[in-house]
Design a protein around this ligand. Structure first.
Ligand code: AMP
Length: 279
């Protein structure tokens, strides 16, 4: 296969994938659409490492714990296809809910433990159960050798690794670095809901995370968290949570430890933004 193809269900997609030579490797990039260069960076990496790449566009209702967030989520499939149609070796699949969650659903729920209770888990009840479910089914159906996810959603990545280990799906999960705009704001489909002023206001997120990374080893987790919260008090954003944890276990970070991550969620003019920094 050399070109670009679109499919509106898995029957068509799977039929097509079966026509490829048996040793072709498939890379999967699951997305909810409203694509930006963060998504594109995952797709480019997947194209480098696989013969064929499948991009799914599916706004997964099971991972929204808030109905207005679900209905406001940007949906622009025509623009998404336009952004991708010059790529070679790429399949885009836009499935329906019934394709992703068939009556004979193959998913056996995985217990997510602490990951479902802290940070995103605490503030978005049910969100990660929905993420684990959709990613499981997409991998089970499409059968990629590798699946690509952004570190921007680091807790989601930890959930997916846990789910894949627990269900023994034969797939490599590949973590991809966060893509940012020139001011450091992490690219996100939700940024489309922000005004120019909002985007300037949101710079407090990256500045705070950079401050944490530069100073955590000098002043410790407790002090740095206080200072980080203070930065938001002097801004137009409303912080929902900020936490310093181990990047794999999501247990609280202890000073002197390795492999930390600082994660935060904040509202900018009603739009919920998340970001993190590894330290
Ligand atoms: P979404 O469409 O928001 O579900 O995102 C689909 C995938 O793209 C997820 O694995 C995200 O972590 C990843 N992603 C979203 N934004 C970025 C970004 N700014 N940089 C890198 N990856 C991203």
């Amino acid at each position: 296969m050399t070109g670009f193809q679109t499919f509106s269900d898995f029957v068509g997609l799977k039929g097509f994938l079966k026509t490829l030579s048996k040793d072709s490797t498939i890379g999967l990039v699951p997305t909810m659409g409203a694509l930006h260069f963060g998504h594109i960076s995952l797709i480019k990496r997947a194209l480098k490492e696989n013969d064929i790449v499948v991009v799914t566009l599916f706004v997964n209702p099971k991972q929204f714990n808030n109905t207005s967030d679900l209905s406001n989520y940007p949906r622009v499939p025509e623009e998404d296809i336009k952004l991708l149609d010059s790529f070679k070796r790429l399949c885009v699949c836009i499935p329906q809910e019934g394709d992703v969650y068939p009556e004979n659903d193959p998913y056996q729920e995985v217990q997510l433990g602490l990951l479902d209770q802290v940070l995103e888990g605490e503030f978005r009840p049910g969100h990660f159960a929905g993420v684990a479910h959709v990613v499981h089914n997409l991998i089970r159906i499409i059968e990629p050798a590798k699946a690509y996810f952004g570190l921007k959603d680091a807790q989601q990545l930890a959930v997916i690794n846990l789910m894949v280990n627990a269900t023994r799906l034969p797939v490599d999960i590949i973590a991809c670095e966060t893509i940012r705009n020139s001011d450091g704001l992490a690219l996100s489909s939700r940024n489309a809901l922000l005004s120019k002023e909002n985007i300037i206001d949101a710079s407090v997120i990256y500045e705070t995370l950079a401050f944490v990374k530069d100073n955590i080893r000098k002043i410790g987790a407790v002090e740095i968290k206080k200072k980080a919260i203070a930065r938001f008090k002097n801004s137009n954003l409303k912080i929902e949570y900020i936490g310093l944890v181990n990047r794999d276990s999501f247990q609280p970070f202890t000073d002197g430890g390795e492999g930390g991550i600082c994660c935060l969620a904040a509202y900018c003019n009603g739009v919920r933004l998340i970001d993190n920094v590894l330290f």
